[in-house]
Design a protein around this ligand. Structure first.
Ligand code: HEM
Length: 312
């Protein structure tokens, strides 16, 4: 038998959950009901984002990522981006709470705070380790599962560079040549003394190859087979940017609501929230932007036929 609308969505249960702590039987004022509903709305969106992040990660986590998985991963990320954009607007609903009226029930929250949101931390874990001003932030993850950042790094590591695949016999030489040619092109366009390009490639073979792969995709993005990889990279940046703008709009709402008061979770409040807008996860993807050169200055491309579409 077909379920009713309410059965399907389990509305009876859902709509009974706006009571504050179970069993306390407090009479919530209209403002506090509003406060609870807005928070619950966000937590439902978080649930959607977590599901979509897991789908994206799964599509990119095979050793050989199939071509057709890239548009599918982009599709999931598009959904996440739209939700973050929507959530950035949702603070306006919260702001219809008057700062003084908030104080009527703020003490009842005790130490409860968005700080304790398990889903928020899960989103962060799924994205990957955070960096602030070029330094790692926080404790290393305890999760045995790979983050989206890690699967993206593994995928970038396998990018064919100048037509050379990662396990080819002379791959290391080809990649080193590409890196050296690029460094010369960069220093010719900017300055011989500009070390940022050298620093970008400072590290083990894994780091050098994945960053060279990223740079290769960004530089020769008009090649047919690089179109979707390039799209995927720009979606990852868009996703992280949407998340940062959401963090930043939360901080502005909080500043308007409680000024410079400390948070119920015990942090410094707005200063802490502003610091979180410095977090960067996809550091390679942000960094690469500083070392791009104009198209005419790029090292000459070898084996371009490798990147053409091939018939069955
Ligand atoms: C009157 C409304 C709000 C105020 C004044 C406020 C204030 C704060 C403050 C001061 C913090 C820093 C941690 C602390 O010391 O408590 C924080 C963190 C947080 N808040 Fe809010 N908040 C409000 C509404 C919301 C809503 C509606 C959500 C949606 C779920 C939310 C989600 C979060 C999250 C996820 C964090 C942790 C951020 C992080 O650590 O990166 N907040 N909030």
């Amino acid at each position: 038998m077909s379920p009713t609308y309410s059965e399907y969505l389990r509305l009876d249960e859902l709509l009974k959950l706006q009571t504050g702590v179970e069993g306390e039987n407090r009479n919530l004022c209209n403002d506090e009901m509003h406060f609870i509903l807005v928070h619950q709305n966000f937590e439902l969106w978080f649930k959607l984002i977590i599901n979509e992040l897991k789908c994206t990660r799964r599509l990119l986590s095979n050793e050989f990522v199939k071509e057709e998985n890239l548009p599918r991963a982009v599709h999931h990320m598009d959904r996440i981006i739209e939700v973050f954009k929507l959530m950035s607007q949702q603070w306006r609903v919260m702001e219809t709470l008057d700062p003084q009226d908030f104080l009527n029930f703020r003490d009842d929250l005790g130490t409860a705070s968005g700080f304790e949101s398990i889903q928020m931390r899960e989103m962060e874990e799924l994205m990957g380790p955070k960096w602030v001003d070029g330094k790692p932030f926080g404790k290393p993850s305890q999760s045995s599962e790979k983050s989206l950042y890690k699967v993206v790094c593994d995928w970038l590591y396998r990018t064919p560079i100048q037509g050379s695949v990662v396990d080819a016999k002379d791959d290391t030489d080809i990649v080193d040549n590409f890196i050296n040619d690029y460094i010369s092109a960069f220093q010719k366009q900017y300055s011989e003394d500009d070390e940022s390009i050298v620093n970008f490639f400072e590290g083990d073979r894994n780091l050098r190859r994945r960053r060279a792969g990223l740079l290769f995709i960004e530089s020769y993005r008009s090649l047919p087979l690089l179109a979707w990889p390039r799209k995927l990279i720009s979606k990852l940046i868009e996703l992280e940017q949407a998340m940062l703008l959401w963090r930043s709009s939360h901080a502005r709402m909080v500043e308007r609501m409680i000024g410079r008061k400390i948070g119920t979770g015990g942090s410094s409040g707005v200063d802490y929230l502003d610091m979180t807008t410095k977090f960067r996860v996809f550091i390679d993807l942000w960094l690469v932007r500083s070392i791009l050169v104009k198209k005419q200055s790029l090292p000459s491309l070898n084996n371009s036929e490798f990147y053409e579409f091939k018939g069955e």
